[in-house]
Design a protein around this ligand. Structure first.
Ligand SMILES: [Zn+2]
Ligand SMILES: [Zn+2]
Length: 168
């Protein structure tokens, strides 16, 4: 049963590490496979005030949504062999991957829901600094690492001001 809290900690740390180091730092390198997160997803969220209309399209395609889903399926498959050895841990990790996908998608289809239920991810996209607030489903490791930045309402990019400025 210890596998459940361990799995929750592991997936939350994974969200922090992957989002920061792969989806932001590595994604800014020219030719990176992960550029979709920064160039497509952040740009859309910034222009449409957190809404990313690309989540309405089919997940099957060589675009931000297809690549995101592909990465998550890859992560799930990579952990699958652990299932017989550590069923609670692996089950929690698989749940964490699904939880990430559904919550992240919902946040960008329903910005008002995101503002209320995932304010840290709203802050990630709409705050003046998009290189903080790395966790998506729960801000635990952002608090541990000191990267949870709560912006005041007036600091968030307003509807009128929303643009892709800051997205290089
Ligand atoms: Zn991001
Ligand atoms: Zn997002």
């Amino acid at each position: 049963m210890i596998g459940i809290p361990l799995g929750l900690l592991y997936t939350n740390l994974g969200e922090w590490l992957i989002h920061k180091h792969i989806l932001h730092i590595r994604a800014r390198r020219k030719g990176s496979f992960f550029r979709f997160h920064w160039i497509e997803h952040h740009r859309n969220a910034r222009i449409h005030h957190m809404h990313d209309p690309d989540y309405h399209r089919s997940v099957f395609g060589w675009h931000a949504q297809g690549k995101e889903a592909l990465c998550l399926v890859g992560l799930a498959l990579a952990h699958l062999p652990l299932l017989p050895v550590a069923p609670f841990f692996t089950g929690t990790v698989l749940y964490g991957i699904w939880n990430y996908y559904t919550k992240h998608k919902k946040a960008h289809l329903d910005p008002e829901w995101a503002k209320e239920h995932l304010p840290w991810h709203y802050d990630h996209h709409m705050g003046p600094d998009q290189d903080c607030n790395w966790c998506v489903t729960h801000p635990f490791f952002d608090y541990i690492m000191g990267t949870r930045k709560k912006w005041r309402e007036e600091q968030l990019v307003g509807k009128a001001k929303a643009s892709h400025e800051g997205v290089k």
